[in-house]
Design a protein around this ligand. Structure first.
Ligand code: SAM
Length: 334
């Protein structure tokens, strides 16, 4: 697999894709790293460096989504719980303002919008998206263009991180209020989570809510990070954070919330088949390490491999090994 990098919009800052690419990136100063976007020439989709993986590896992400029940789990939540949660967000309002932080390619955002439309038929909706990846924004726009029934929704995209958005708003003193804010699977990439929670909580209108989706403290991610985090290469742009950390932060801030946990699993059976290409991508995803299978110390790999098959980490069903990828849905009130 080969990787290309572009820095900002300037082609003069491009790095050549070659075997030393990752070490070249690692040597860059942090400000430079943060503005990098990696293009994966394997599947032609891009991810912001540090956005989901230290390597920007969107193939791992695709593999993860196709091997896990994450999006089905979110869909179940949207169908069963979201209507009750948003039941009053638009009461006595002529339009409903929604802010999506890290909206990605928009699949989940459009599900949320359809629930808001169902709750408030015909009401005008403003949907603004804060998303640092240009490629994700392009995909989001393409999805909107081919989706029907969005006539009453006005979309706007801001190509920036949540803290860049926050700073821009503070500088402009443009402190508008929102009826629904969501942060779905993105808080791992935010440096100062308590400050972010505090800022967005202060931007809620009457009856408004924030929905946060993050891996559960009861998931196997928590156990994996607790046990092996210190032995895996760390990337300063991505944090090991679960719902347990988040609820502690909210408690400290005195912010009220409700909390739901839903089971989601990831089929990691291929990780145990030698030389399996899907397995290699899943290993990289699980350990957030590029080429883990070929570069990890053998004792570390053997230990993790053994643990991953234990009931604390995975269940075995119909010959498959299913890693516990449970998600937490945290609903913050105004
Ligand atoms: C795992 S994806 C989730 C996308 C979408 N919310 C979903 O659930 O399908 C994380 C998204 O957060 C974006 N992101 C990364 N760092 C961010 C930051 N500091 N602020 C806002 N978004 C960020 C990434 O570009 C990516 O689109």
């Amino acid at each position: 697999m080969c990787w290309g990098v572009k820095a900002g919009n300037s082609p003069t800052e491009s790095l050549e894709a070659d075997d030393n690419l990752l070490s070249k990136i690692q040597q860059l100063p942090l400000e430079k790293k943060e503005s990098l976007e990696l293009a994966c020439f394997f599947c032609h989709c891009c991810y912001r460096f540090g956005g989901h993986f230290p390597t920007g590896n969107c193939c791992q992400n695709r593999k993860f989504l196709s091997n896990s029940t994450e999006h089905q789990c979110m869909q179940e939540f949207m169908d069963k719980k979201l209507p009750g949660i948003i039941a009053r967000i638009g009461d006595i309002k002529s339009e409903i303002k929604i802010l999506s932080i890290g909206g990605g390619a928009g699949e989940i955002d459009l599900q949320i919008l359809s629930k808001v439309q169902a709750q408030y038929p015909g009401v005008h909706i403003i949907n603004e998206v804060v998303e640092p990846s240009a490629e994700q924004i392009t995909k989001y726009k393409e999805l909107v263009a081919k989706t029907s029934n969005l006539e009453n929704i006005k979309f706007a995209w801001h190509k920036e991180t949540s803290s860049e958005y926050q700073n821009r708003m503070m500088e402009k003193k443009e402190l508008q209020r929102w009826d629904f804010i969501h942060m779905i699977q993105m808080l791992y990439y935010v440096k100062d989570i308590p400050a972010t929670l505090k800022f967005f909580h202060s931007r809620l209108a009457t009856n408004a809510k924030i929905l946060i989706i993050i891996v559960s403290g009861a998931s196997s991610w928590q156990k994996l990070w607790e046990k092996y985090g210190s032995r895996l290469p760390r990337n300063d742009l991505c944090q090991y954070v679960t719902s347990s950390d988040l609820t502690q932060m909210l408690d400290k801030l005195g912010i009220k919330y409700e909390y739901y946990d839903l089971l989601s699993t990831m089929d990691i059976s291929d990780c145990f088949i030698d030389g399996n290409e899907n397995g290699d991508l899943l290993w990289d995803f699980l350990t957030e390490t590029c080429n883990f299978n070929t570069t990890a110390p053998p004792d570390l790999k053997a230990e993790i491999m053994k643990d991953l098959q234990k009931p604390e980490f995975s269940i075995k069903k119909e010959g498959k090994v299913l890693f516990n990828n449970s998600l937490s849905f945290i609903v913050v009130e105004a």
